[in-house]
Design a protein around this ligand. Structure first.
Ligand code: GAR
Length: 324
């Protein structure tokens, strides 16, 4: 990895058939702008053509037929293969299996799928014929997060494909496939790279900070910060994007003092650091630009920090709310 470059997200691609979307993802992963790498291509169909291609291309492959197995047992075998390969995300690309709820829950927010329709239209199968039968002017493809309801998770991106007068389900499928090959690598790249993206991180911190009572955003030393308690209120959080030559994008929150700060950094140096200047007055940095930021922990620190500066009339309210 070149110095200063972000680590690449590791993805396992699950396929059942030709694997052309897998191929598009693979070739895109070799571009200099790629935020992800494919660590495994896995299939429930040992003779899937995509497996041969992946192996030829030097990617690790795995196959296990599902016939005669309980759904959850087969899922576990596939999941274990992904984990053994070090996958942080599972990307379904023509993986024609419904997944068990527990598997989906364990990978919530880290499992993506591509579906050949403009969801929420035409979940399930035969999407192209259904679009033609309905007389739609356009069809398309959708990339979405996988949730327990089939083809119903949060939509991350869509591509429109015009329906032509003499289209059949086959000709339409072929053009939708071309659109998919553009869409999927693009969305996977954005999604796996956003944990290093300052604008995305700021948006997420901002949403959490502004949930706290009487929180308002104010610039402080050229960076966004949040304070509470009205005009004379105090800051409870700052957002630093690689300040003073530091490589971190971070949330700064108030600790009880130097002893606590030292203990936290010693215990968890991948998460905490002492920010320049601010560190001297008890502000700790929580590093956000890493693949596994714990957003519950970020929320906890925002709330704690807010508690430490908010006027009594406000902290009382939050204490009462927390009792319920
Ligand atoms: C793709 O068109 C994908 O959208 C679809 O299967 C095809 C796989 O093609 N997926 C589904 O229908 C999922 N419900 P590929 O193997 O050539 O990538």
């Amino acid at each position: 990895m070149p110095e200063g470059a972000n680590p690449k997200a590791k993805i396992a691609v699950f396929i059942s058939g030709t694997g052309t979307n897998m191929a598009a993802l693979l070739y895109a992963s070799r571009l200099p702008t790629a935020n992800y790498e494919i660590v495994l291509v896995a299939s429930n169909a040992p003779d899937a053509a995509g497996l041969t291609l992946a192996a030829e291309e030097g990617v690790a492959v795995f196959a296990h037929a599902h016939r005669g197995m309980e759904r959850s047992d087969h899922d576990s075998i596939m999941e274990q293969a992904a984990k053994d390969a070090g996958a942080e995300y599972i990307v379904l690309a023509g993986y024609m299996r419904i997944l068990s709820d527990s598997f989906v829950e364990r990978w919530a927010g880290r499992m993506l799928n591509i579906h050949p329709s403009l969801l929420p239209k035409y979940r399930g199968l035969d999407t192209h014929q259904r679009a033609l039968d309905a007389g739609d002017a356009s069809a398309g493809a959708t990339v979405h997060l996988v949730s327990s309801e089939l083809d119903a998770g949060e939509i991350l991106g869509q591509s429109d494909v015009a329906i032509m007068p003499d289209d059949t389900a086959e000709t339409l499928a072929e053009r939708v496939r071309i659109a998919e090959h553009q869409l999927y690598p693009h969305i996977v790249n954005d999604y796996t790279g956003r944990c290093f993206d300052a604008a995305w991180l700021l948006g997420r911190v901002r949403a959490l900070a502004l949930q706290l009572p009487e929180a308002e955003e104010r610039e402080s030393h050229g960076s966004p910060g949040w304070r509470t308690g009205g005009k004379t209120g105090k800051f409870f959080a700052h957002f630093n994007d690689q300040h003073h030559g530091e490589r971190h994008i971070a949330l700064l929150a108030k600790t009880s003092g130097q002893d606590e700060m030292t203990a936290l950094i010693e215990r968890d140096p991948d998460v905490f650091y002492r920010p320049k200047y601010y560190g001297a007055s008890g502000w700790i940095g929580l590093i956000l630009n890493r693949p596994d930021t714990d957003w519950t922990q970020v929320e906890h620190w925002l709330e704690r920090s807010w508690q430490s500066v908010a006027p009594k009339r406000l902290t009382k309210l939050l204490d009462i709310a927390n009792e319920f």
